[in-house]
Design a protein around this ligand. Structure first.
Ligand code: F2R
Ligand code: MG
Ligand code: MG
Length: 349
């Protein structure tokens, strides 16, 4: 039957947490046999486990900060979100944060800091981070705001608190847009979905800074658009190997090498795929497939999980998976509150 908007909201945040928790096992591994992935996932079905045995990492920790800040401020407040990141990091620094971003998080804790975007701008010799840390936590922006322009604007600012390189914050914009379109049911027409993302990112990447960053980093002119075109090409192929996905799209810690990849995982797993159990639904396939790519598995599965969860809704998530993951229940609660914030907004004319 049709998936309700509330179920999509629940699905988006809970599946993001799930992706992070189950993906942690393989983060950084280069060859991950599908057999090992399926073993890991079927382990969750044993009733003896459960109770949040799989811990979440920085991906979820920061996503919770984004959601909580949007809720308490009833919109985007850079000071509050920055403080929230800094506080979370100081309370639990061992969640596997990126090597660079921890410097930003330490600086954001200073009460003397007036420009909260400044520490991010000082990263990597002033170039800023192009890591996927802005994108991995972008889903709540898609839930909180009603129109695409606001989703894009605030996903970008939210990412810029730690990622000032356009390749970093534009990855967050792309991820938020993908979740936003999925919440609206747009994944039922996959071709239209990918075309819409390309169209949106053409506007985003027209920007002067984006163009000069791409040039300096020796990338395609419209780097995210170029990857999304490759996603489209892979979608048209009869069969796609894991090796091809990795070489065409990447599986790394850079936003450019992981956000389009996560989007591909969702699109590819809309249908049953060889090697994945027949009893799996689309959401389970998406998570399993994301892990089998290796590389930045927690983050790719977290981002793919958010997009897929928004499409299939909460009922597609196996209960045994949900109870095995730390923070999954809390994510459901946050999604519920974001739903209320979302529906109480009036459409501006
Ligand atoms: N950090 C990790 N995984 C490493 C292993 C963790 C392990 N489990 C443990 O506990 O030790 N995962 C998490 O980090 C990724 C998100 O990172 P984020 O927030 O983008 O951080 P950062 O430091 O800004 O960027 C990540 C790395 O990318 C490279 N990089 C970024 N910008 C660069 C630039 N302009 N020039 C050169 N290099 C740049 C650097 O190596 C950064 O350290 C997620 O995977 C999350 O799960
Ligand atoms: Mg992580
Ligand atoms: Mg990661």
């Amino acid at each position: 039957g049709p998936v309700s908007l509330l179920s999509r909201f629940h699905g988006a945040l809970v599946a993001a947490v799930l992706g992070d928790c189950v993906g942690g096992e393989f983060e950084g591994a280069q060859d991950v046999p599908l057999e090992r992935v399926l073993q890991h996932l079927s382990g969750l079905e044993d009733d003896t486990r459960g109770d949040g045995i799989l811990q979440y990492s920085d991906d979820t920790a920061m996503m919770r900060c984004v959601a909580q800040s949007l809720l308490t401020r009833m919109g985007f407040d850079e000071q509050d979100m920055a403080r929230s990141f800094a506080k979370e990091y100081s309370l639990a620094p061992g969640r596997g944060y990126g090597a660079g971003v921890i410097q930003v998080l330490r600086k954001l804790a200073s009460p003397q800091l007036s420009d909260v975007f400044q520490p991010a701008r000082a990263q990597f010799g002033g170039r800023g981070s192009f890591g996927n840390g802005g994108a991995m936590r972008a889903a709540p922006f898609a839930l909180a705001f009603r129109n695409a322009a606001d989703v894009k604007k605030y996903a970008r600012f939210g990412a810029m608190l730690t990622h000032s390189c356009s390749l970093g914050y534009n990855g967050a914009v792309l991820q938020a847009l993908a979740v936003y379109l999925s919440l609206q049911g747009e994944l039922s027409l996959p071709q239209k979905f990918i075309n819409r993302l390309i169209c949106e990112m053409e506007e985003v990447e027209k920007d002067e800074t984006a163009r000069s960053d791409a040039k300096v980093l020796n990338l395609d002119e419209f780097p995210f658009c170029a990857r999304l075109h490759r996603v489209k090409e892979l979608m048209e192929q009869n069969s796609v190997s894991i090796e091809e996905v990795i070489s065409e799209l990447g599986n790394g810690i850079a936003a450019l090498e992981s956000v389009p990849t996560a989007i591909f995982c969702v699109l590819h797993c809309l249908e049953p795929r060889e090697g994945l159990p027949e009893h799996y639904g689309g959401l389970e396939r998406t998570i399993a497939y994301s892990l089998a790519l290796g590389g930045d598995t927690d983050t790719i599965a977290c981002m793919a999980g958010a997009i897929a969860g928004a499409h299939y809704g909460i009922s597609a998530i196996p209960q045994s998976w949900l109870i095995s993951c730390e923070g999954a229940e809390e994510a459901k609660h946050l999604a519920e509150r974001l739903y209320k914030l979302h529906i109480m907004q009036t459409d501006e004319v």
